[in-house]
Write a protein that binds this ligand. Structure first.
Ligand SMILES: Cc1cc2nc3c(=O)[nH]c(=O)nc-3n(C[C@H](O)[C@H](O)[C@H](O)COP(=O)(O)O)c2cc1C
Length: 247
């Protein structure tokens, strides 16, 4: 029987059937601490041209919540950079990186190491900021490393409207990449024209804190599940149906 001093844990390696051993609660704590010895990390992307605007304020709230849960964070300011769009040259399919060696390739190295990604954008004409879209198209298209079970969340900031369309737009980068999308208690949005406005959006800020805590939990849960069960299997043959028969 498992009680608080004497517990049963499963030691699993990848997809093999796990074996069960009986250990003390102290040993079990040590085992899971060992499993979690690598610090978990989340990258936060600020897609606004403003370093200290509304998007930055929202991201800060998520970041602080993540840090309180023991997650390492790094914020990358993308919206103020000169980022061109994808030119569909196909070079990345051979090299695994974008032909334009800029912040996209710099971020790719960090993204590969990270356990989670938070994308923040101001709403521009009911869509994500153009610089951010160019960045994300190239980041996701050019990188061949697996993003499976890295978690993702998007955060949007608008003065008045277009927030849910932008939220949907950004979440699509995750759902095409086998990345579970972390949710909060409302859609991840704040309202304002300045960071001071966002300060008054108490519900928006609370949504960000809940998001940060949920993301931390999910990252830890996925890490334990990976150790216990391994990642879901990939199919060997990748179907890529583009109707080559022209029908
Ligand atoms: C080019 C441009 C387009 C915008 N379009 C919208 C819009 O469609 N809906 C909206 O509510 N706010 C719109 N805004 C306002 C910003 O989305 C809003 O102020 C946002 O919170 C700014 O975030 P930031 O301070 O992080 O840049 C627009 C702002 C700019 C500069």
């Amino acid at each position: 029987m498992a009680d608080k001093n004497n517990v049963r844990i499963h030691i699993g390696t990848g997809r093999k059937a796990p074996s069960e051993i009986r250990v003390t609660a102290a040993d079990a704590a040590g085992y899971f601490k060992h499993k979690r010895s690598k610090k978990m990390k989340v990258l936060l992307i600020n897609g606004s041209p403003k370093a200290n605007g509304c998007t930055a304020r929202a991201l800060k709230e998520v970041e602080t919540a993540l840090q309180k849960e023991g997650i390492e964070t790094e914020t990358i300011h993308v919206g103020n950079k000169d980022v061109r769009g994808c030119i569909a040259c196909g070079s990345c399919s051979k090299t695994g990186k974008c032909v334009f060696n800029d912040i996209v390739n710099e971020t790719a190295v960090k993204f590969e190491e990270a356990d989670g990604l938070v994308i923040g954008s101001p709403v521009y004409y009911a869509s994500a900021n153009g610089t951010l879209v160019s960045f994300l198209d190239r980041l996701f298209y050019s990188t061949s490393f697996s993003k499976k079970m890295k978690v993702g969340a998007s955060v949007v900031s608008c003065r008045r409207g277009g927030n849910t369309a932008t939220f949907d737009e950004l979440n699509k980068y995750f759902t095409i990449s086998q990345m579970p999308v972390v949710s909060s208690k409302y859609w991840n949005m704040v309202h304002g024209f300045t960071a001071e406005d966002v300060e008054k959006d108490l519900e928006g800020l609370q949504t960000m804190r809940v998001l940060g805590r949920n993301m931390a939990f999910l990252i830890k849960a996925i890490s334990l599940a990976k150790a216990e069960y391994g990642l879901p299997e990939n199919e060997e043959v990748r179907c890529f149906t583009s109707f080559p028969d022209g029908l």
